[in-house]
Design a protein around this ligand. Sequence first.
Ligand SMILES: [Fe+2]
Length: 216
Amino acid sequence: MNNRMAGKAETSAGRYEPCSGGDRMRSIAIILDEHRSLAAILHGMLYLVRAIKNDRATPDFRLFAAMVYYIDAFPERFHHPKEETYLFRLLRRRDPTAGPLLDQLHAEHRSGEVKIRELASALKRYERVGGNSFEAFADAVDSYATFHWRHMRTEEDQILPLARQHLTDSDWDEIDDAFAGNADPMLGAKVGDEYEALFRRIANLAPPPIGVGPER
Ligand SMILES: [Fe+2]
């Protein structure tokens, strides 16, 4: 698909190449790819909101609901648990100076849950009431996207370099193994494929230039 969401092009991610030495640190490539997927959905939402604001599109609530579901379920149930349970835990052990930053990221994971609830209820209200409630929905999308980009940038610019510097080979074995789903199938590639399928469904619903769905 030659579109922005399928290409996952716009993101703060992508500064790290996958480890060239075999499969070690494969988890870093997975984290960056998951950030790219999230960033693509956030860019898509912002684009659609702007198009509605400029009278270039009518709202597609089925698409918005799928996007909100994705940015709710994918980080909360799949992405953050892997970071917290494996990467953050082992980095805290190897580099105690990273503690305050890891505390901040943990706290952001929790406040992200609140923010996504606010976004979901703003969307429900916009669908039910319409009119002026669009502004509150647009603000919620903007606020969540800004919050989450900043969060992902901190992980990429600060946590991943520290992890590369301080984690041992056996730490990476444990992290990579977990990211492959060998420790918990709910965090593995099979579940990842289900989110990938949802991502493709969203790309198929979204109009050009962000997806390949019908024009609205
Ligand atoms: Fe992350």
